[in-house]
Design a protein around this ligand. Structure first.
Ligand code: SF4
Length: 313
């Protein structure tokens, strides 16, 4: 079901927008990360300055001005932020008293190998951890990230700790040319991590504009992104083999296909697709707060949506 658009559009310096009534807030803690994933925009050229006070103000404004339903902690690698737990506490307090229901941490999982760190995350307000994992082979995965990444047994231990506290662990996999780009690759991955997580989510590496101050996509992304039509065929082939159990349209028609793999592991196939009736440029499914305090509906840490805002939603 497609969530309703707000009945009250918002006007800004950049134009008029319709805002989802189930808005996601991407809380970018830091642009820093010590990994080396070849497609990563966080590693390229310019980064926003870090201004903690401005960031906190932007978070408060986001809750005051928009109907935020879910908050996703992002980076760079958010857990590498020395102020990670302070910012987490701030977000938790900001969410209290508003309608935000869910707090999700997206991470490469490296800091969660530390038992104390994991314990603090598991004991926090965070509802779900989405851990990036790009290959079932430990050696290949470490090579992609450029650092030792969590092993299968470490991921299993994280899952146990999180599940014991009513939280979930999901593995996020990017699909690109030359890496897990066949049904058999995806099945092997699902088998390798069956029982270690709540779900495995496959998302195509997308050649979309990111921070507007750097080149639109990295050269790696440009060379390895799989065209939307091929991804749709791959998803359909996977779903046909395993039986699709659910196909859901979420915020503003961004579609998730879900199916169950042969080994019983829940698998989500993410297909970023906007329903035709919406003009992509005039709807806001997510907002982003950057480390410099910019609150934007774009991958830009310079275009603040609060500039010239004439009416609040
Ligand atoms: S772990 Fe994430 S933030 Fe770090 S380099 Fe890889 S994709 Fe970028």
């Amino acid at each position: 079901m497609i969530s309703e658009l707000s009945q009250r559009p918002v006007w800004t310096k950049m134009g008029r927008y319709l805002v989802s009534s189930e808005l996601f807030l991407d809380a970018v803690f830091t642009a820093r990360c010590s990994c080396a994933c070849p497609w990563c925009i966080a590693r390229t050229k310019e980064r926003p300055d870090e201004d903690r006070r401005a960031w906190e103000e932007a978070v408060q404004d986001a809750f005051r001005l928009f109907p935020i339903r879910s908050v996703i902690i992002l980076g760079g690698e958010a857990t590498e932020d020395p102020a990670f737990f302070e910012k987490l506490k701030f977000l938790t307090q900001a969410m209290a008293g508003h309608s935000a229901e869910q707090l999700i941490l997206t991470t490469n999982g490296i800091m969660l190998r530390d038992e104390n760190f994991l314990h603090r995350v598991a004991s926090s307000r965070i509802d779900a951890v989405n851990l990036s994992r790009m290959h079932d082979s430990q050696e290949i995965n470490d090579r992609i990230f450029g650092r030792p990444t969590p092993t299968r047994s470490e991921i299993q231990a994280m899952n146990r700790e999180l599940t014991a506290r009513g939280k979930t662990l999901r593995l996020n996999v990017n699909v690109w040319r030359g890496n897990l780009d066949t049904v058999e690759d995806m099945e092997r991955f699902a088998r390798a991590f069956a029982g270690c997580c709540d779900a495995i989510k496959f998302t195509p590496l997308m050649a979309t504009d990111m921070f507007d101050t750097i080149e639109p996509v990295t050269e790696y992304t440009e060379a390895h992104a799989i065209p939307e039509r091929e991804i749709a065929a791959l998803w359909d082939a996977f779903a046909a083999r395993h039986g699709e159990t659910e196909r859901a349209s979420r915020v503003l028609g961004f579609v998730d296909y879900a199916s169950v793999s042969a080994c019983g592991q829940r698998v989500i196939l993410k297909y970023a697709q906007v329903e035709d009736k919406y003009d992509r440029s005039s709807v806001i499914p997510t907002l982003k707060v950057y480390p410099n305090g910019c609150l934007s509906n774009e991958w830009s840490f310079t275009k603040d949506i609060r500039e010239g805002m004439r009416r609040n939603v």
